[in-house]
Design a protein around this ligand. Structure first.
Ligand SMILES: [Ca+2]
Ligand SMILES: [Ca+2]
Length: 80
């Protein structure tokens, strides 16, 4: 019985970790799957993201974040 409970906890923990990671994954944030992350899409995952921060991350000023731009933004995000 004890063993079953422990196994359940492990599974629960792994699921939570996977979900947390997926929520900020480029593909998950790019909700319309057009290959770029718009400000609106970014703010779903990062509610505190400002337009200025978004524009700063949009290095080529295309109006959307590419996978590389998004990765760089995530790496620079202090709280995440
Ligand atoms: Ca998109
Ligand atoms: Ca861009």
């Amino acid at each position: 019985m004890k063993k079953i409970i422990l196994s359940s906890l492990v599974v629960l923990g792994l699921s939570t970790a996977a979900f947390a990671q997926a929520a900020t994954d480029f593909v998950a944030v790019d909700t319309d799957a057009n290959g770029g992350i718009s400000l609106a899409e970014a703010q779903v995952a990062w509610p505190d993201l400002t337009e200025d921060q978004f524009k700063a991350a949009d290095v080529d000023a295309s109006g959307e974040l590419s996978a590389d731009e998004y990765t760089a933004l995530m790496a620079a995000a202090p709280a995440n």
